[in-house]
Design a protein around this ligand. Sequence first.
Ligand code: ADP
Ligand code: MG
Length: 582
Amino acid sequence: MNGVKIRVLSDEMASRIAAGEVVERPASVVKELIENSLDAGAQKIFICIEKAGSALIRVSDDGEGMAPADLALAIERHATSKLADDDALFRIATLGFRGEALPSIGSIARMEIVSRQVGAATGQLLRVDGGKKDELRTAPAAPGTTVEIKDIFFNTPARRKFLKTPATELSHICDVVNRMALAFPEVHFRLQHDGRTVADYVAVGDAKDRLYQVLGRDVAKGLVPFSSQHGELALSGYVSAVPISFPNTRYIYTFVNRRYVRDKVLTHALLQGYDTLLMRGQYPAVLLLLKIPFEEVDVNVHPAKYEVRFRHQSDIHEAVSRAVRQVLRQEAREPMLHPSSHSTTPFFRVGEAPVPYAIAPTSRYDQPTGREAVFLMPARTEMFSEPGFFSSLTVLGQILGCYLICASQQGLALLDQHAAHERVAFEKLRRQLDAGQVAQQSLLIPQSVELSAGEMMLVEHKRDVLESFGFTLEPFGPNAYAIIAAPALLPEGDYTQTVRQMVAELADVDTSAKLRQHLEERLATIACHSVIRANRKLEIDEMRALLRELDEIEFATQCPHGRPVLLEFSRDELERMFKRVV
Ligand code: ADP
Ligand code: MG
């Protein structure tokens, strides 16, 4: 048991390792330390953070621990117990393998490792300060290992400066813990920040239970399991089949042999499995667990080990997209699957003014018909040079419950009533946002949104941002917020999806200008969807009111998704269509 397990890799071997900077931010330290704990077979991993990791990161585990000789070696470069021989690099079964994490961390912080091997009488303490190591000392300890990192980047002030706001760094840490926790449901993870428990995921027997712990009930309950076997490749996981979707890939978790990876092939395959169920710019929630023989995948390709290379990439792509398609198809037969307005929310940018002349297809449902030439709208200048263009139209009637037929000075004008309403709602909201005063309405019954640990932190620190967009949130238990007020412009309804999407944006974007833009997009999309969806017969007064409103806004000729609001046919065009002239 006390034989030395760690060895220093030969120079030749070390040079084959995709070296790189592993310590980019506090979350990278947390990731490396948790990986070590998992490799040591820990059942409990407790993470203690102070000041978002800039003051303290402590990871304690109940794993196998290190013998004194191993502990002394552990902080040497390229010292690892995980590569037994030179071939081992091609069939890596552990999360770590480079022997670089501890020395790298030790060189940019003050580090203390206390480890007691299972069966040993006492523990050993090793201190490393900015790369300088002390002698080993005996120290009381429970079996397992505790690594404590203080003052990260204290000796590299340039890097310290690059740290983002505490809320952002902390949410990265939460993300790391959540991903590890999803892959190892049988391990108890606890995350504390400044003395407060942020996440406490007790060991569970089932991946689904871990999904509830990590993602919260709202998201987890909509996930459907799947599994399939393709030779030596085993796929399993959960996909969102009910109409939940997100504005980014945040809720897509892909694991290869329990290692979290961001892999383009896997993500692409998943999304292909969804086919047309999701609108462009919307992403599902997915947990994909891939099991594959170790020699079929090269994990030694990325410094932070976030990417892998498959030997048979296209087979895997095919298997994944087929598995996803199959489970979604099965689900569709059950009554659950009805892509609602959430999942069909088209994506657009507030900043980009719609091009006034072109019919821009923004979604696969808005493909150009090939008849754009006929449907070109009047030039904008022309239209706005005459004040009250829309008011000047004579409404002749409404057809099909959604088009207004009008006589214009040029000839015939057709209006898409829904697109017009969208444009108006969007402009109103944008004006309120610009003026910094979004009118609010209090909710009679507060709506609770369950959030993950990381999201809770984000909301806690950025609640004012949501407030400026008209949403007032209050803490509601340890893992939820209650929405107590919403923008008045939105109709009454369920705002939890909206808030959830906005929180996802909070996590994704760090600069406030960009964040603002993203949130505007989010809210504007929702404003658009808030307008009369169904075909509805408008009274003549309502039609006139709508036209007046259109006159008051800019870019009234297109809905915010780029669909035209108005098509106008001049006498010339009508004559050409009827072949009176050629
Ligand atoms: P790697 O994980 O790539 O081997 P590290 O620098 O992260 O490199 O760790 C070096 C060695 O220290 C590991 O190979 C392992 O033997 C030992 N070690 C590190 N952390 C722990 C831990 N929490 N429990 C037991 N052994 C550990
Ligand atoms: Mg390691």
